[in-house]
Design a protein around this ligand. Structure first.
Ligand SMILES: [Mg+2]
Length: 294
């Protein structure tokens, strides 16, 4: 992985960030900082204002594991494309068989509820999130991660039919076995949008299915460096997403022949960010963002 803020990164931005480029973002850990409880996640004001500004110069897509019902209100803006449930929602091709997916999740939910009533899995730090056509089991707050992980895998191994399991940061996502992943969803999104090029920003295991796509017209960026990631470039910290958004806005507005537009957008984003109040703003760094590790 190479830092995006490098000569190589700037060269790739030159080749990818062209008129029509599709800017695709994961949500948790990418646009929104990781928070102790998933239901507390929201867009920081500086990110929101810049996404709105970016939409003035190109199309913006969100590709998330959250359900559409969940993610919609958290965005506070209307993305050009909103793809949820790892691609099972929001694309013309998805989902192929929603009823059977719902039925499958209902059976898994019942089995898991029973498994979570005894032994080490009877832990209030384990939370089952029902997304109707997929499930997520969060264990960030479990007492002993190293014991809970194999115990959960053992329980998942007994589910029938066997789910497709995608790991993440203290979460297991259980999808129908015939479901695709973020990589297949991204391919569909490219076909559907007709975009000539795209960049994708993500932070977690589920994003690796996009990072490993063999697409010369894709610039892949991970939040945080990892020797195990297939992403081409990385941003060091979550707060750097603000600087990436500023770069995209400036480049695209400049290509549109409007330096004045770029300045106006940047000024309006900065002004809105500084004026913003509420849970999305007012943190203790100069971007209004905060991560769990800070
Ligand atoms: Mg994420």
């Amino acid at each position: 992985m190479t830092p995006l803020l490098s000569d190589a990164g700037r060269a790739r931005l030159d080749s990818i960030v062209r008129p029509g480029v599709l800017c695709v973002f994961d949500f948790d850990g990418t646009l929104a900082p990781i928070v102790p409880q998933p239901n507390q996640a929201c867009l920081p004001a500086p990110v929101l204002t810049r996404l709105v500004a970016l939409q003035q110069v190109t199309r913006v897509a969100i590709l998330t594991g959250r359900s559409l019902v969940d993610i919609g209100p958290r965005l506070q803006f209307k993305a050009d494309f909103l793809v949820g449930n790892h691609g099972l929602e929001g694309l013309p091709q998805s989902p192929p068989d929603i009823r059977s997916f719902q039925q499958m999740c209902r059976l898994w939910r019942e089995d898991l509820a029973q498994a979570f009533t005894g032994g080490q899995l009877a832990d209030p730090g384990i939370m089952l999130e029902d997304k109707l056509i997929s499930l997520s089991v969060h264990y960030r707050h479990a007492a002993h991660h190293e014991q809970v992980e194999p115990a959960l895998r053992a329980v998942f191994g007994r589910l029938n039919p066997a789910p497709r399991i995608i790991g993440g940061k203290y979460v297991f996502n259980l999808l129908p076995p015939t479901a695709g992943d973020k990589g297949t969803a991204f391919d569909q999104l490219m076909r559907h949008s007709g975009a000539p090029s795209a960049l994708y920003v993500g932070d977690d295991v589920t994003d690796e299915d996009v990072f490993k796509l063999d697409r010369p017209n894709l610039l892949s960026i991970r939040i945080g460096q990892s020797q195990y990631s297939s992403a081409e470039f990385f941003l060091r910290r979550h707060v750097d997403i603000v600087h990436l958004l500023d770069t995209l806005i400036e480049r695209l507005a400049g290509q549109a022949g409007s330096r004045a537009l770029a300045s106006t957008i940047a000024a309006s984003a900065a002004s809105a960010a500084s004026a913003a109040t509420g849970p999305a703003a007012g943190n203790n760094d100069n971007t209004g963002l905060r991560t769990l590790n800070e």
